[in-house]
Every structure is written in C-alpha cells, then in structure tokens.
Design a protein around this ligand. Structure first.
Ligand code: PMP
Length: 414
C-alpha cells in the first residue's frame, strides 16, 4: 500500500512500517496508532531477531570464559560497545559504559563523581524542564553533601532563559546537568553553548540525551560534554540498556560505584583493586542480550539515515501542529523554535486522563500526565498534559485519526 506520506519523504515509510510487527496489533477493534514514542519506541523485526538469535546461537556469560560461546558472546558485546562509540563519536570504546538506562547513568555520575568531588556550598545547575531522573539524584546528593541546586528558568514557549543561566554561573558552579531535548515539550536546548559557558567557570557537564539520541546527531567530542547519558529503548532498541559516555580522564578520576564481579582487578579480604575502564563501572553480569541487540537498533536507525528520519519527523510535527491547532479549545504547551516531534497539549474543560482513555478506546496510544516533569508542570500551572510523540513509522493518516479522535472526545465531554 502506498501511503500519502511516502510521496513526501525519501524514506519508504510503508516498508519501514512492515519492519515493526506490533503496528499490526488491533486495539479495541481498531488498528493500533502508536504515539507514545517519547516513552519508548517500538522495535523492528531486525532487533527482535538479534535478540532471539543471541539466545539461540550465542548465549554465555562474557569476559570470564574461554569456551567458544563465551568468546563469541564477549566479542558481540564488545562489538556493540564499539558501534555505539561510533554512533556518538566518542574518542575511545572505554568511554562507553553500559548501564540500565539514562536514569542509571545519571545516578552513577551523582553517586561517584558527585560524592567524590562536590562539597558543601558547591552549586549544581539543572533546568526547569528536567525529567525527574535528572532532578532527584542531584537533590539526594545536595541533601548528603550540602550542595546547592540552582534551576535555569524557561520562557512561556518552553525555552531556557540563557541570560539567566549565564548570570547563575560563578566559581561556585561545580556541575551542570541539563536535558538535550525535553520529553514533555520537545524543546531542543542549546547544549553546546551551555557546555562552553559551564567549562569557562570550571564546571563539569552532563547531558541527558534520553530524547535526543534518536532524533539528533550526537557528537560528544564536538559537544565537549564530560558525560552524556541515553537509553536504547527510545532508539528502537531493547529495554534495560543505557549508555553513559564519560571523558576518559574524568571517568578514570572517579571512584567505582557498584561493587562486585568484573569491576575488580584483585580481591583480598584486606583490600580490593579495581578494574580499568569501562569495566570499573560494569559490576556483575550485564544485560548481554539486550546490549548485543542494541547494535542492531543503532544500525537500523543509521541505515535509514538520521537526517532523513529527522526531516520526516519534522514534517509530521508540522502537519500535526497545524492539524491540532485547528481544534478549538486545544492549546499546545511547548512551542520552542527548535523542537523535535513531540506535541504536548490540553483541551479546555477536559481532563488529560479522559482524553487518554477515550483515545485508547479508538486504538490510539498517547501519554497523559506529568511526564515525570512535575516541576515543569508547576511552572505552567497545570497538572499535566496529553502528549503525542512521533517516530519514523508514524504517518499523516494516523495524525488524521488522532484529530478525528480528539473531535469525538470534544463532542462527548467538551
Ligand atoms: N530523561 C528524559 C528526558 C527522559 O525522557 C527519560 C525517559 N522518559 C529519562 C530521562 C529516563 O530514561 P529511562 O527511564 O530510560 O532511564
């Protein structure tokens, strides 16, 4: 079937859709429309095959065995690390630490770098639009060490007030941790500028790339960030795998976090010496199968071409913004000049949860609530929003279904 959108994009959207078996699911009698991609993307057949293939032909524990399967599993695991190194243009594979997700990576930095190098009175800067996973680990650290958390404000469009950020920076600033792309608003933040200004006062910088990594080219060397965290499940890959990039010298200076197997060089009851990077931060048996399949996810996205994917998603964003704006009483929250394909909105007099439930009855999956950004919702004076977020397999026909679904909701409850 040729879709209307096939003629717009250089990508073969119908072919791409056929790679994602879950899109054929029927929900409440209707073909699924999946617009909850900012929470997690669906997985292509290639990734599912890589997962099953690993368990069928490779499964063994890594790094410790000398038998065939152990060597094969280790080789596949390390090949994934090198592939992801290339994906984010890290200088060394040792700078790529496998974690369980973005949240895990940020906690690792707060609990190791933060506990070792930050002290009472030091300032940590985050922003109003952070996900809870880039707020709470820093609050916990501030509580323990007596550091001060400072918050970059935003304007009504959902853009950081960079003047205010610059005013906040001083010799007291020791760490800046900001989101590359907001999950609730879609705003793309000027992270290169944020990093440069932070480095000018000697602060280290972590970028939360959870939403950016599938939409924007990531080049950690060009950005010059000290840390960059993301999750593979938002990038067509499996759940349970994240990446924490860190500059080699910074990671080397940090103490380890979790103790156990793999992260040690030698253990006696008197003293333990620790392993080298990246293993120093990878205690215990990692999520081997999902790490291996993550390589396939990255390759899938890169084969489509990140630029072509971003162009197509921008087209969907424009189409949806126009279409949703035509609904009377619907207001979009997050209208930054630079944004990805996320639309948060609310409708006069209708609770976001009712919108979610009634759309689900029509087979349309969106997210409703505070999107793990309660302080951001407080900034806008709202309890939550409805959010539609688009991925490369979505179409304008599906957006049309969302619009008619919302018109139905309005008729029933408006
Ligand atoms: N930061 C942002 C901006 C996110 O969107 C998310 C996931 N919603 C996270 C952090 C946390 O990611 P994870 O749950 O994969 O650890």
């Amino acid at each position: 079937m040729l879709l209307e959108t096939d003629t717009i994009s250089q990508l073969d959207i119908a072919q791409i859709r056929s790679d994602f078996p879950i899109l054929n699911e029927v929900v409440n009698g209707k073909q699924l429309v999946y617009f909850d991609n900012a929470a997690t993307t669906q997985k292509p057949r290639q990734v599912l095959d890589a997962l099953a293939g690993y368990y069928e032909h490779t499964n063994a524990n890594i790094h410790r065995g000398i038998h065939h399967l152990a060597e094969k599993a280790t080789a596949e695991f390390e090949a994934s690390r090198r592939r992801i190194q290339k994906f984010m243009n890290a200088r060394l594979p040792e700078e790529v630490i496998f974690t369980y997700g973005t949240t895990d990576g940020i906690n690792l930095v707060a609990q190791t770098y933060g506990r070792a190098f930050l002290k009472e009175g030091d300032e940590i800067i985050i922003s109003t639009m952070e996900h809870h996973s880039n707020i709470v680990p820093w609050q916990m650290l501030c509580e323990e060490k007596g550091c001060v958390l400072r918050i970059i404000p935003i304007n009504d469009a959902g853009e950081l007030l960079m003047d205010e950020y610059e005013k906040m920076l001083s010799e007291k600033t020791k760490f800046v941790s900001v989101v590359h792309v907001s999950n609730a608003l879609g705003t793309i933040n000027p992270v290169a500028q944020i990093i440069e200004k932070a480095h000018a006062v000697g602060a280290k910088v972590l970028i939360d790339g959870a939403q950016a990594s599938s939409h924007i080219d990531i080049d950690v060397q060009a950005l010059d960030c000290d840390f960059y965290a993301f999750s593979l499940h938002k990038l067509y890959g499996p759940t349970g795998v994240g990446v924490l990039y860190g500059k080699e010298e910074v990671l080397n200076a940090m103490p380890p976090w979790r103790g156990g197997g793999e992260m040690i060089k030698e253990v006696t009851f008197e003293k333990t010496t620790f392993n080298e990077l990246p293993y120093k931060f990878e205690a215990g048996t990692p999520n081997i199968a999902d790490v291996v399949a993550s390589k396939t996810a990255v390759e899938y996205l890169e084969k489509l071409g990140k630029e072509a994917v971003a162009d197509y998603e921008n087209y969907l964003l424009e189409y949806a913004t126009d279409a949703l704006s035509s609904i009377e009483g619907l207001r979009i929250v997050g209208t930054a000049a630079e944004k990805i394909s996320v639309i948060s909105f609310f409708m006069d007099g209708i609770h976001h949860q009712d919108i979610g439930v009634l759309l689900d009855q029509q087979g349309i999956a969106i997210r409703t609530g505070h999107h793990c950004t309660q302080p951001l919702m407080q900034r806008f004076g709202i309890p939550g929003t409805s959010r539609a977020s688009f991925a490369v397999y979505n179409t304008t026909e599906e957006i049309d279904r969302l619009v008619s679904g919302l018109l139905k909701v309005k008729k029933m409850l408006g």
